[in-house]
Design a protein around this ligand. Structure first.
Ligand code: MLT
Ligand code: MN
Ligand code: ZN
Length: 298
C-alpha cells in the first residue's frame, strides 16, 4: 500500500491566519515551511482506488495536488469518495462540506462521531441537496474489509476526547480512534493516530507490531500551550500527549521497531522550523517528522 500525507498540521494550519508566532511568521517568510491540515490518502497496490483518513478544510487542494487522486481520463468526476474519520474535530471533518460535488460520500466513523456530525453539525441536512451520504460504523479488527479492496482497515479505540462543539455530549464512548491499515498481500501494517490523549494498552500493543506509526505531534512539550498563551491547559490536558518529557511519546516510540512519524503539528511546535534543535533530538532517537506530500510505501 501507498500512504500519502496530504497535510500534517493541527487545527489552523501553519501559518494560522490570525497568528504571528515564530512558527507562523517563519512559514510566511519561507513558504516551504507551510503545512496544511493533516489528512492521509491510502492507495492499494493496484492504485485503482483510494480512500482518505480525515478530510480537513484543505481537502480539495490536497486531491488536486496529487496525480494519483485526480479523476481518470474520460471521467468527469470522482464518483465515490470514501473517508474514514479518526474523530469529529473540525480540522478533520470540515472538508466533508468541500466534497459536496461527489456523487456519493461513504463516511466511516464511530457512533458518537457520526452523531456529532449529523445532529450538531447537521451534515445530512446541509449536504443531502448536493450529494448522497452513506454512514458506516468503523470496522474493528477481524471484521470483513469494507472500506477498501486490498487493504484491511480497522479502528483502534483511543479516547473519549470530544470536540469543543460537542463538549456537553452525553456519550462517554469512543470519540477518537487510530486508523489501522493492513496490507494482507505484503503483510504490512500502518497506524494513523493524529490525536493521542493517552497511551492505551490496545494502541501500545498495535504500535509494537506495526511497520509504520503516524503519531500525534501537536505539541513538543507539555507546557507549550500555556507558555505560548494559547490555552490554560497543558498539552496532555488538551488531549494530546506531548512529544518530549517524561510522559512524552518520543522515549516510548524510540524503542519500537516501526518507522514512527509525527504529524498534526501545531503552529506553536518548534518542529515547524526545520532549523530547530529539536529535529536533531528526534533524529538521534530514530524518529521522523512528517512533511506535506510525503509518500510511504509499505
Ligand atoms: C485538537 O486537535 O485538539 C482540536 O482539533 C483542536 C481544535 O481545533 O479545536
Ligand atoms: Mn486537531
Ligand atoms: Zn502561530
Amino acid at each position: 500500500m501507498l500512504l500519502l500525507t496530504l497535510g500534517t498540521a493541527a487545527g489552523g494550519g501553519v501559518p494560522q491566519w490570525n497568528c504571528a508566532c515564530p512558527g507562523c511568521s517563519g512559514a510566511r517568510a519561507h513558504p516551504d515551511r507551510r503545512r496544511s491540515h493533516d489528512s492521509l490518502a491510502v492507495l492499494a497496490d493496484d492504485r485503482s482506488s483510494w480512500f482518505l483518513v480525515n478530510a480537513g478544510p484543505d481537502i480539495t487542494e490536497h486531491l488536486e495536488a496529487h496525480a494519483e487522486l485526480r479523476p481518470g481520463a474520460g471521467c468527469e468526476r470522482t464518483p465515490v469518495v470514501r473517508i474514514l474519520l479518526t474523530d469529529a474535530e473540525l480540522d478533520h471533518t470540515l472538508g466533508l462540506l468541500r466534497l459536496r460535488e461527489a456523487h456519493h460520500l461513504e463516511i466511516f466513523a464511530t457512533a458518537p462521531v457520526r452523531r456529532a456530525l449529523r445532529e450538531r453539525l447537521t451534515l445530512d441536512t446541509v449536504l443531502t441537496p448536493y450529494t448522497t451520504i452513506t454512514w458506516h460504523e468503523l470496522p474493528t479488527a477481524g471484521q470483513a474489509p469494507a472500506v477498501a479492496a486490498g487493504i484491511e482497515v480497522s479502528a483502534v479505540p483511543l479516547s473519549t476526547k470530544r470536540p469543543r462543539y460537542a463538549a456537553d455530549a452525553q456519550e462517554d464512548d469512543t470519540w477518537v480512534v487510530a486508523a489501522r491499515l493492513h496490507d494482507p498481500a505484503r503483510g504490512t501494517t500502518a497506524l494513523y493516530a493524529p490525536a493521542l490523549a493517552a497511551r492505551t494498552e490496545g494502541f501500545t500493543k498495535e504500535a509494537a507490531e506495526a511497520d509504520c506509526v503516524f503519531v500525534d505531534g501537536t505539541f513538543w512539550d507539555d507546557e507549550e500551550p500555556r507558555r505560548l498563551g494559547i490555552s490554560a491547559r497543558t498539552s496532555t490536558g488538551m488531549g494530546h500527549l506531548p512529544i518530549d518529557g517524561p510522559d512524552g511519546t518520543a522515549s516510548w516510540l524510540a524503542q519500537l521497531p516501526a518507522r514512527c512519524v509525527y504529524t498534526h503539528l501545531n503552529n506553536t511546535n518548534p518542529l515547524v522550523d526545520p532549523s530547530a534543535p529539536q529535529h536533531s533530538t528526534l533524529t538521534g532517537q530514530g524518529l521522523e517528522v512528517a512533511q506535506d506530500g510525503m509518500v510511504i510505501e509499505l
